[in-house]
Write a protein that binds this ligand. Sequence first.
Ligand SMILES: [Zn+2]
Length: 130
Amino acid sequence: MTRPAPIVTDDNRDFWEGAREGRLIAQRCSDCGRLRHPPRPMCPHCHSLGYEPAELAGTGSIYSYTILHHPQHPAFSYPVIAVLVDLDEGVRVLSNLVGVAPDAVRIGTRVRVTFETTADDMAVPVFEQA
Ligand SMILES: [Zn+2]
């Protein structure tokens, strides 16, 4: 079974279309220039509604993680490692860590983005050890 497709909204369209192209995208505020993620309509720093999509390098380090065992969905293999990654550009992203045994995950480990295909020919960014 394929991983379910993401739900695309006006706010996250750039993020998911970027993922489908193998690019990790955040929002860069048109007024103060700061990056924000996850996608949202308003800058948390200056309250501007304007932004441009900004491609990120996709590298960072593990800020925290948890290992998910339940509830299980047939599209995923368990346990799933959920990670918070501090990207080098200064934004934090919630994702999955792949290709690493659950007992080998360490806070601070360097990771890089890769992409997994989902239903509807979409893709989701996940991270692997750098
Ligand atoms: Zn701003």
